[in-house]
Write a protein that binds this ligand. Structure first.
Ligand SMILES: [Zn+2]
Ligand SMILES: [Zn+2]
Ligand SMILES: [Zn+2]
Ligand SMILES: [Zn+2]
Length: 482
């Protein structure tokens, strides 16, 4: 721990243990927006499985291009000999184990089982000094993670025990080298401490364990953001962070109401958030915001009031004009939405894009009658419609849905949130494509102002977006001169 303190101290950071929260990461100097607070390579990481194709992603960089299976085990895949070489020191050992697994059992190798096999191997290699422990990469940090075993449901515990048995069968180590109970506990640790590795556009690619980054706690109003550069996890300041502040990131989607956010934190991470947004739970400001994000709209379409349940529970009363919307009317529309939603997701998963598009449009129309214009549910429907129109290369329709999501994003995310930056940029790209060059330059600039902070101005991702913006700018000034 002392070694870790010194390591962090050199970076302007310190670990403290607070009674209510456990370990916390604090700043010991000021950080400016966009500055890297800490970065770490994974202790162990594994790519997601692709649903569409049998092969997964590159074991090292998570790319899906030009994959070739390791010829010995045929379980892991690489995009290039460079990636294979980078992974070889570790995979050499893993490969021997995986080659012995019979074909039927290979099918049971889910990413979480594979990650656990890797964790066991990594630990063994650390003991054998093949992968000597360093300050940041050290099994001690895995030991220090909280497992929440006493709070995990019985059903889940049984599942962890079964998975631990499977890991044991795969490893085939002598009994003295394996502790099934500890493996089961480590599954619980991974469930609340592993991070989802995403690409620059925040699409999930895999899972990794970054034990030092796991020290950072959650806030629904975070001052920092975790992004990935291939397998490297990078935490950047989203705002000015003065010395002596706790560094926070968000573990869950922060767009929902306080109750929704707290529910998902409790279910997955077993704690009750007490961030500056959550302590307002039950206060009038929070009740109003929740009613806008997840509640119903006024029956009078011109009225922008928010609705709360009335005292005798017959319906919902508009807090602005006093009109009552009765429960039956609301549940009739809600049931219809549910019915069409089921159909829509079925169409989408079977690849019937046109049917899905029509269904989501009907959902949008119904939700406009039901919810407030800033509704999260409406936002999700429009995100689905945006994705479908992008897939169908209907740029005009994509742009209109992209524009409709932006005001909601601006309300539900901090002004420097990567999702907001990506949405501005996508809007700009679509505008450019459709010949609205001046608007495109404006939107792309807004996007890059955010992404330069969250993703760093010197990363290949942001540099490419910047050069596209330069191109759009040149075109805009050319067309204006004409
Ligand atoms: Zn690769
Ligand atoms: Zn192999
Ligand atoms: Zn919170
Ligand atoms: Zn009203």
């Amino acid at each position: 721990m002392e070694e870790l303190q010194k390591f962090l101290n050199d970076k302007g950071l310190a670990v403290s243990t607070l009674p209510q929260k456990g370990r916390c990461l604090f700043t010991t100097r000021d950080f400016s927006p966009g500055e890297v607070i800490i970065s770490q390579i994974p202790y162990v990481a594994v790519p997601n499985k692709n649903k569409e194709s049998p092969e997964s992603k590159c074991e090292w960089c998570f790319s899906s291009n030009t994959l070739k299976a390791c010829s010995a085990c045929r379980v892991v895949w690489y995009c290039s000999s460079n990636c294979q070489k980078s992974d070889w020191k570790f995979h050499r050992i893993e490969c021997r184990t995986l080659s012995k697994v019979d074909k039927e059992r290979v099918k049971l190798l889910t990413p979480s089982v594979r990650l656990m096999v890797k964790l066991c191997i990594r630990r063994k290699l650390e003991i054998e000094k093949i992968f000597p422990a360093t300050v940041a990469d050290n099994y001690k940090h895995v030991d220090a993670l909280v497992s929440h075993m006493s709070e995990v449901e019985e059903k889940q515990l049984i599942l962890y025990a079964q998975m631990a048995n499977l890991v044991n069968l795969i490893l085939q180590w002598p009994d003295s080298d394996i502790n099934i109970k500890e493996i089961a506990e480590n599954f619980s640790k991974l469930a609340c401490n592993a991070h989802t590795i995403c690409d620059s556009e925040l699409r999930p690619l895999g899972t990794g364990l970054y034990p030092v980054i796991s020290i950072i706690n959650h806030s629904c109003l975070p001052n920092s953001v975790l992004v990935f550069e291939e397998r490297l996890a990078v935490v950047r300041a989203m705002q000015y962070i003065p010395k002596g502040t706790e560094v926070t990131i968000s573990y869950v989607e922060i767009a929902g109401s306080t109750i929704t956010r707290q529910k998902s934190l409790k279910e997955q991470y077993f704690f009750t958030c007490s961030c500056p947004r959550c302590i307002k739970l039950g206060q009038s400001e929070d009740i109003q915001e929740s009613a806008i994000l997840e509640g119903y709209s006024c029956k009078e379409s011109e009225c922008d009031g928010f609705l709360l349940r009335d005292s005798d529970n017959k319906g919902f009363v508009c807090q602005k004009c006093g009109l009552i919307r009765d429960k039956e009317e609301i549940s009739a529309i809600a049931n219809e939405v549910k019915y069409i939603s089921d159909k829509a997701s079925k169409s989408l998963s079977s690849g019937y894009k046109i049917e899905a598009n029509e269904a989501y449009k009907r959902i949008e129309a119904l939700q406009l009658k039901l919810y407030h214009p800033f509704s999260i549910f409406l936002m999700r429907t429009r995100e689905a419609l945006l994705k479908i129109s992008m897939d169908q290369q209907d740029w005009k329709e994509a742009l209109s849905y992209c524009r409709l999501t932006i005001p909601i994003y601006e309300r539900v995310y901090p002004k420097c949130h990567p999702l907001l930056g990506l949405q501005y940029y996508m809007c700009g790209k679509l505008e450019w494509f459709l010949g609205e060059t001046v608007a495109a330059v404006r939107s792309m600039t807004k996007g890059l102002d955010v992404l330069g902070i969250t993703h760093g101005t010197k990363t290949p991702f942001v540099m490419e977006l910047t050069s596209k913006l330069e191109e759009a700018r040149a075109e805009a000034s050319y067309t204006q001169r004409r």
